[in-house]
Design a protein around this ligand. Structure first.
Ligand code: PLP
Length: 454
């Protein structure tokens, strides 16, 4: 089609480079999500809210590295923080506890009062992995429950029913546990129970039946960052998990410091037992945090007589009653400096990001209305998605699957040609440096794109 031909015409160097990259990395990518047909755009530079590809095309960036870049590209507050940290300390890494771990921890706990203690990890994936291990250690129970359509990272225990095809996803009220990747051990289908999002009755029934085995329910309080839990669903879920002695884990890797400074838990007024954060809090660098109830976090506290596992010890001194948590880079000082700088800026500018996001959503709704296309901008705070659908409400994976993806995809290529970047079919995230100009440019690009839709 026209949109694709124009895309091919504008991006010959990306095409060439992608072909060469396939000789180095399987599929030419180092994260499968970065691939798309016919080939991904290869970016070269970022500045503020803009990205520039290797063909010299300029884009307003709404991918923002899957939501990680809350201050846009190359923000001076982050650059300065990294430089000062390295100059002041004369090293990038201590291999010991250090001051920034406590300073950052206090800052996070101030915004997330549900966190009575925190532990650092190197990614969102590691954070959910640790949170789940803590839940097992605390409860002594060996299963977890997750919701259909929710993503918590790329390991076996949660790589189930993230994006199942509706043909084999089982009944809506009792979803099957569907393996999402080759290589996942089928063992986990028996140990990860899948729940129907935004269906409180069905969720409660499954949990009641399996309460003796389920250590925790983990969820994205806002699925994929844009499909919110109903307020009544969230309230009911908190009540039933508490009643049944099942821990509630909020995976706020996407929503933390994005739907508001206090994340989804502040929006809902819900206190989870554990929370995971990532993305925004690293200022563009890899990081994760697990925080939550003192008793649960303390499963990882070393004891004085047999505190740590060190493979170089001639005799194992691991305390078998302590949860193992380690990592060479945990609490990396340079990354925490970048993260702290990000949060400091965000404390001043979060309102601006939300105002701009709402302005963009409103403008888009008007434009789609003008073109007679049924569309919803679903999401809260600084994230949303453009969902082309006739359905009145999108409450879960199954509703979302009925959206018009082929029109959205054509639109995404038209928008790439107009200088608007998100990965085709992905959601939109904004940053502190998305201002009036970016919003107006984006609406003008949409106007063009919508008028060219076939
Ligand atoms: N949990 C959620 C809700 C996420 O959105 C992501 C990443 O997109 C992860 C966990 C995994 O985080 P990471 O990619 O940092 O490993």
């Amino acid at each position: 089609n026209e949109a694709l031909s124009e895309f091919l015409r504008r991006t010959p160097k990306s095409k060439e480079f992608s072909a060469a990259a396939k000789h180095v990395m399987p599929g030419g990518v180092t994260a499968n999500i970065k691939a798309f047909d016919p080939y991904p755009v290869i970016m070269d530079k970022g500045a503020g809210a803009q990205l520039y590809d290797i063909d010299g095309n300029q884009y307003v960036d709404y991918l923002l590295s899957y939501g990680a870049l809350m201050l846009g590209h190359g923000h001076p507050a982050i650059t300065n923080a990294i430089q000062s940290q390295m100059e002041a300390n004369g090293t990038v890494l201590f291999g010991t506890p250090h001051r920034l771990e406590v300073e950052m921890g206090r800052k996070i706990m101030q915004h997330y009062p549900s966190m009575e203690k925190v532990r650092y990890t190197n990614s969102g994936t590691e954070a959910t992995l640790l949170a789940i291990r803590m839940a097992h250690a605390y409860s002594g129970k060996h299963k977890i429950a997750k919701f259909e359509g929710h993503y918590h990272g790329g390991y076996d225990q949660v790589l189930l029913s993230v994006n199942p095809s509706l043909d084999n996803a089982g009944p809506a009220t009792e979803p099957a546990s569907v393996i999402e990747s080759k290589g996942v051990d089928p063992y986990h289908q028996q140990h990860t129970v899948v729940l129907p999002f935004n269906d409180l009755d069905a969720t409660a029934e499954i949990l009641r039946k399996k309460k003796d085995d389920i250590a925790a329910v983990i969820l994205e309080p806002i699925q994929s960052g844009f499909i919110p839990a109903d307020q009544s669903f969230m309230k009911g879920l908190r009540e039933v998990t508490e009643e049944l002695g099942i821990l509630l884990i909020f995976d706020e890797v996407k929503t933390g410091f994005r739907v508001g400074l206090g994340g989804a838990q502040a929006v809902y007024g819900t206190t989870p037992d554990l929370t995971t954060l990532g993305k925004v809090i690293g200022g563009g660098f890899p990081v994760g945090i697990v925080g939550g109830k003192q008793d649960v976090l303390m499963t990882s506290a070393p004891t004085s007589n047999s505190d740590v596992f060190d493979s170089s010890h001639s005799k194992s001194s691991q305390a078998k009653d302590v949860l193992f948590h380690s990592g060479t880079y945990n609490g990396h000082p340079t990354i925490l400096a970048a993260g702290l700088a990000t949060i400091n800026v965000l404390e001043q500018e979060m309102d601006h990001v939300v105002t701009m996001t709402n302005k963009l959503k409103k403008g888009l709704s008007e434009l789609f209305g003008k073109h007679g296309i049924s569309m919803q901008t679903i999401g809260l705070g600084s994230i949303f998605n453009v969902v082309i659908t006739d359905k009145e409400t999108i409450g879960n994976h199954r509703d979302f699957q009925q959206a018009n993806f082929s029109m959205r995809k054509e639109l995404d290529f038209l928008l790439l040609n107009e200088g608007i970047y998100t990965k085709p079919l992905n959601r939109y995230s904004l940053s502190t440096v998305h201002g009036e100009k970016e919003i107006q440019d984006t609406l003008a690009a949409y106007e063009q794109a919508l008028s060219k839709l076939t």
